[in-house]
Write a protein that binds this ligand. Structure first.
Ligand SMILES: C[S@@+](CC[C@H](N)C(=O)[O-])C[C@H]1O[C@@H](n2cnc3c(N)ncnc32)[C@H](O)[C@@H]1O
Length: 376
């Protein structure tokens, strides 16, 4: 069996539940949104806390949808709170599950440092099509994305470290990758070089475009070294209930985001800083350009993704794929899952048929485990 150790899960959820700004804001939004007798879907239920808040708010039935191993903890928390009669745990990714009844309210705390980026837009839209009533209420209702030019030498270490002379070796390829990643960083208010500006609003209730694009002009408040663009969210969870991780950050379970420049730029007070930003709303691709003092930097998460051209071509719509040797081994293995063959025979049989593909018992057992976990 493959065992998931609970350490990281406990640490993550401890930090989220210790963040009372976050949790209290969601509780207020749930109290303001859920009406007695509602059916509620908590998309990304984690430990089950928001599902249980929905019960306190009067929900008749709550579906707690969770894809991660924390679902096992949610099951026990729901039982410990005698809520099994109301909260039904649905294990799986929301886009792969079905609910026995459409929900009146969707709650989803799947907010990333920059608002979108954990797939919240696509998950909510999919839920609206398949899992919710047509005029369902949604928490959060909207997410504003906010950017500001930042100085932050601390955040920039992740780029700065990789030089042409590190231990006498050239590590500039890593610098190239690091300057094309949207990093998490804790930004202080005093590190902002200009007033923040809103990129746009993601409307989770009414939907909208799949891409967000903005060009923003900032004016430097002071002389400093521009090292990147900081970003955060400002969300409306329910009318009158907002939650933000803007610096100085009170919602401690989030950091902010940092979109770095490949080289720092010295700027003077009142300088113009032009920023262009485009993002796909499933949060997977970001493009940013920053122009200051006549120097332009362009960043793209594609450049930081370590994807080779060969990997990209693998899923090209025009490709006509054929099975690899490993693919043939999987087909063979699936045929042996006939209800008669014991698990202990599967690895040795694979090694006998494909000795070059599985040079060790461990290699064969790992494929057997993967196939058994996914398909049996
Ligand atoms: C930030 S945690 C929030 C957990 C909990 N709702 C809370 O407020 O403490 C987000 C959880 O959503 C889960 N998740 C994210 N997207 C999901 C999806 N589309 N379907 C199911 N679970 C999802 C993650 O595994 C994670 O446990």
């Amino acid at each position: 069996v493959s065992i998931t150790l609970a350490g990281d899960i406990v640490a993550l959820h401890t930090s989220m539940l210790a963040d009372t700004v976050r949790t209290d804001a969601f509780r207020r939004a749930i109290d303001a949104t859920v009406r007695r007798g509602d059916v509620v879907c908590d998309l990304g239920a984690g430990t089950g806390i928001l599902a249980l808040f929905a019960v306190s708010a009067g929900a008749r039935r709550v579906f707690a949808v969770e894809e991660g191993p924390v679902a096992a903890i949610a099951r026990e928390v729901i039982a410990a709170n005698d809520a099994e009669g109301i909260v039904e745990l649905v294990v799986g990714r929301s886009s792969s599950v079905d609910l026995p009844e459409r929900a009146d309210v969707l709650i989803s705390e799947t907010l990333w440092n920059l608002g979108v980026g954990e797939g919240i837009v696509h998950s909510v839209r999919d839920a609206q099509r398949r899992l919710l009533v047509s005029d369902a209420r949604v928490v959060p209702q909207q997410i504003d994305l906010v950017l500001a030019p930042v100085e932050s030498p601390k955040a920039y270490r992740i780029v700065q470290t990789w030089t042409a002379d590190l231990y006498g070796l050239d590590f500039t390829p890593l610098r190239q990758v690091a300057s094309n990643v949207v990093h998490a960083a804790v930004l202080g208010e005093d590190e902002l070089l200009a007033d923040p500006a809103r990129v746009g609003t993601v409307d989770l209730v009414n939907g909208g475009d799949d891409r967000l694009h903005a060009t923003l002009r900032f004016e430097a408040r002071r002389t400093g070294v521009l090292r990147g663009i900081g970003g955060w969210f400002d969300a409306v969870l329910a009318p009158g209930v907002r939650l933000s991780n803007a610096p100085p950050n009170e919602a401690r379970s989030w950091a902010q985001s940092f979109l770095p420049l490949s080289e720092p730029v010295q700027i003077e007070e009142n300088d113009t800083i032009d920023v262009g930003i485009t993002l796909s709303l499933e949060g997977e691709q970001w493009l940013w350009s920053v122009k200051a003092r006549g120097v332009e930097h362009r960043g793209s998460t594609l450049g930081g993704s370590l994807l080779s051209l060969a990997e990209l071509r693998r899923t090209a719509p025009t490709r006509r794929p054929v099975l690899s040797d490993r693919g043939n081994a999987v087909v063979q293995l699936l045929e042996w899952l006939d209800g008669d063959t014991p698990v202990s025979d599967l690895g040795p049989r694979l090694r006998e048929l494909y000795p070059r593909l599985f040079p060790s018992d461990e290699a064969a057992e790992s494929l057997v485990r993967e196939v058994l976990e996914r398909f049996t």
